[in-house]
Design a protein around this ligand. Structure first.
Ligand code: GLC
Length: 447
């Protein structure tokens, strides 16, 4: 009995210690891959892809379908019978991400509708309710291992289906007459997280969401953070596990912050936040996260590539979303864009991976990323968004002596001269890459 109590006590201590005792250097080590890789794929996939955004003449739904239609939960659950992704090919999904230059995949193990896209032992509201006999997360985990990408899960804290989520919906006709029991819900959620980490892990990230409703508190957030790290100590957890997030800008403000990094949504911060503050902007390619067959408002590949550069130039990551169909296919415009981004990344990847934020406050013509070399030189990657028609480009205020200047993916000569205003470059008249062209400037010392 005493031994058992001691063992329990040390588990509890260890769980709280994880959060409290990490030094900034230890955190930096845990965050190293995230900070290096910069680019990930977000996937929103669930039974809402069956109605595909449409209900009773309205065509603007996505993964919030259940909440927005206020359909009885029992009726929504019928969609699971049509969720039959016979064309799902995990290897193909992972390869599309990899070829785009993405290094990690964050997929919705469970969204707000509570449906798990795996085979859970703790509920039938998961793949077990579909005609599909396989486990997509098991297949994705295997494919990620083979292809060398990190698998990560988005897991919703809020749950519109589970009767014990305290702000139970009035249209949840599957709930019993007894009131919700939030502690029982938390045990269920932790149980599923344990299934996810022990079966499909080690994972890269646990990406929580739906933390804004009242039943979720900062204490519960801390407890969940510690619990997840006790299952996998080196896992990374986003800040939506806590209560500190201030709206869509996604960064923690004031008290209530828990988690390892900020999560701007559909926006990129105006500037970075300096070393030691980690963040990742998540963004859709069209207007919806979940599959919507009517939504053809696609961002151009050029915008997507420049968003990635923008994030990297501010020391952050870019998490770009795809909403697959209920058959298990990426929409064709997403496939195209991933391939085009991949062609750009093949030439320019060194200007993204392992870089740090721009040393310039502002550049009139684009963005900059940089990499320090061990020999005390620095590589400046100048991402020229507005290519100068006369070929003259000033790198304002740069005083360091320049070793060399070249274009990525082009043999054209780049001449350089130090002037009192900064380094003056002479570029070819035509930009070598229509999406974004990069000048690599090797300089002495730190800029
Ligand atoms: C929002 C939405 C959700 C989406 C998420 C992605 O918080 O609730 O549907 O999954 O953003 O960041």
């Amino acid at each position: 009995m005493t031994r058992w109590l001691c063992a329990m006590a040390s588990v509890v201590l260890c769980a709280t210690a994880v959060h409290a005792q990490e030094t900034p250097a230890q955190k930096a080590e845990r965050m190293a891959w995230f900070n290096n890789d910069r680019f990930g794929l977000f996937i929103h996939w669930g039974v809402y892809s069956v109605p595909a955004g449409e209900w009773q003449g309205k065509t603007n739904y996505g993964e919030w379908f259940l909440e927005e239609t206020k359909m009885p939960v029992s009726q929504y659950m019928q969609y699971a019978k049509e969720f039959n992704p016979v064309r799902f090919d995990a290897r193909q999904w992972v390869r599309m991400a990899k070829d785009a230059g993405m290094k990690y995949i964050v997929i919705t193990s469970k969204h707000h509708d509570g449906f798990g896209i795996f085979r859970s032992n703790l509920t039938d509201w998961c793949m077990k309710a579909t005609p599909f006999p396989r486990d997509p997360l098991a297949e994705l985990a295997a494919a990620c291992r083979v292809e060398g990408l990190r698998l990560c899960f988005y897991h919703s804290i809020m749950d519109w289906h589970h009767p014990d989520w305290e702000t139970r919906r009035a249209w949840n006709d599957t709930a019993p007459a007894t009131p919700p029991d939030m502690e029982r819900y938390i045990r269920f959620m932790k149980g599923q997280l344990k299934e996810l980490i022990t079966r499909y892990g080690p994972l890269g990230i646990l990406w929580f969401d739906g933390e804004w409703e009242k039943p979720w508190t900062v204490e519960r957030g801390r407890d969940l953070y510690n619990y997840v790290r006790s299952l996998q100590p080196d896992i990374i957890i986003n800040n939506r596990v806590g209560k500190g997030r201030a709206g869509m800008d996604g960064m923690d403000k004031g008290a209530g912050g828990v988690g390892d990094y900020g999560t701007p949504e559909q926006e990129i911060p105006a500037t970075g936040f300096g070393p030691g503050v980690y963040w990742e902007s998540c963004m859709t390619m069209n207007n919806h996260w979940g599959y919507n067959k009517h939504d053809q408002n696609w961002k151009s590949t050029r915008t997507l590539v420049r968003n990635l550069i923008d994030c990297a130039s501010k020391g952050g990551n870019y998490l770009l979303n795809v909403g697959p169909t209920s058959e298990g296919l990426f929409p064709e415009p997403s496939v195209q864009r991933l391939a085009e981004i991949g062609r750009w990344m093949k030439v320019h990847h060194e200007a993204i991976y392992g870089t740090s934020a721009s040393p310039f406050k502002h550049l009139p013509w684009g963005r900059c990323t940089q990499k320090a070399a061990p020999d005390s030189t620095t590589r400046l990657y100048l991402h020229v968004f507005d290519w100068p028609a006369d070929g003259n480009l000033l790198v304002p205020g740069l005083k360091n002596s320049v070793d060399s200047a070249a274009l990525l993916g082009s043999d054209a000569t780049v001449r350089f001269a130090q002037t009192p205003e900064g380094v003056a470059l002479t570029l070819p008249r035509v930009a070598p890459d229509a999406l974004s062209s990069t000048v690599l400037l090797k300089i002495q010392g730190k800029p």
